[in-house]
Design a protein around this ligand. Structure first.
Ligand SMILES: [Fe+2]
Length: 290
């Protein structure tokens, strides 16, 4: 049976049907890699994976990242990060619902504090709550296309400083984590604000609000203003696909072309997710839109 690629209603997500088991045969693997290169988000349902086959499945796309934050790594499978919550988890600071939401994460692109940001995320649920715990994805090429022409002109050639830790805002402040020295010592990196995607040529608005610090050559104030406007423009329902997790899902996103967000879940439930991460192989500065 050949694979089927079915656009999901009112979104950029594409559901892939016809994968019964892994490893994939050569023809299916090639077809799926082609779809990955061409799309921001693939959704596969009813695919039973083990830790081993999750890793093996990802390897068909390239090398895997060992996450720099050791506490996120699965104890026995370092290629997997385990996202889980405990009852001691602090509540999300900006929980609008009053539902005691935990494990909220704001809009971001994974690992943009790395000089070569990861190319993809492969996320599957291990334990999901009966409600809440959704994940939203946006296609950052679609967002760029929707920008007014005047804004597109303004963004040409701009570059942005990204970092994992920041003294004024961001991960370190929110997460209350004692980061090891090698993480604290990570240097800032610079990425284009818009680049032409190496795989499909589409211009991508590369904002990762959790990790972007300042536009190079801008004052902090002017940078905050422009990045804030872009975030506000992007964080719009019309660009979002919200994934409601079911057992045996696998969601694959092109991390260069996606911005995602975790809505968090009600504190009374437990939620465990496993992610493998595909290593990037390009410096995106080489694809800066001039
Ligand atoms: Fe993420």
């Amino acid at each position: 049976m050949t694979l089927e690629f079915i656009p999901m209603a009112d979104s950029h997500a594409i559901e892939v049907k016809g994968i019964d088991s892994v490893p994939l045969n050569a023809a299916d693997s090639q077809q799926l890699r082609r779809a990955f290169n061409d799309s921001a988000l693939l959704v596969i349902r009813d695919l039973e994976l083990s830790n081993e086959s999750h890793i093996e499945f990802t390897r068909a796309f390239g090398d895997l990242v060992i996450h720099p934050l050791e506490f996120l790594r699965h104890r026995d499978y370092p290629e997997i990060i385990e996202l889980s919550t405990s009852p001691e988890e602090p509540l999300a600071a900006d929980d609008p619902s009053g539902d005691e939401i935990v494990a909220y994460s704001g809009w971001h692109t994974d690992l943009t504090f790395d000089p070569v940001p990861s190319l993809g995320g492969f996320l599957r649920p291990i334990e999901i709550p009966p409600e809440s715990g959704y994940t939203a994805y946006m296609d950052a090429a679609e967002i760029y296309q929707a920008l007014p022409d005047k804004t597109k002109q303004t963004l040409r050639g701009l570059t942005v400083i990204h970092s994992l830790l920041d003294n004024s805002d961001g991960v370190a402040k929110d997460a209350d984590i004692d980061f090891p020295y090698e993480v604290q010592a990570m240097a800032d990196v610079i990425h284009p604000l818009v680049f032409n995607h190496p795989h499909n040529g589409r211009p991508v608005l590369f904002i990762s609000p959790t990790f972007t610090r300042r536009i190079v050559g801008f004052s902090q104030e002017a940078s905050d203003q422009l990045l804030g406007e872009l975030k506000e423009f992007a964080a719009n329902e019309r660009f979002s696909y919200v994934h409601v997790w079911q057992p045996n899902d696998l969601v694959i996103w092109d991390n260069w072309q996606s911005i995602h967000k975790g809505y968090g879940h009600k504190k009374k439930y437990r939620r465990v997710m496993h992610r493998t991460t595909l290593k990037g192989d390009r410096n995106l500065m080489d694809y800066l839109m001039p």
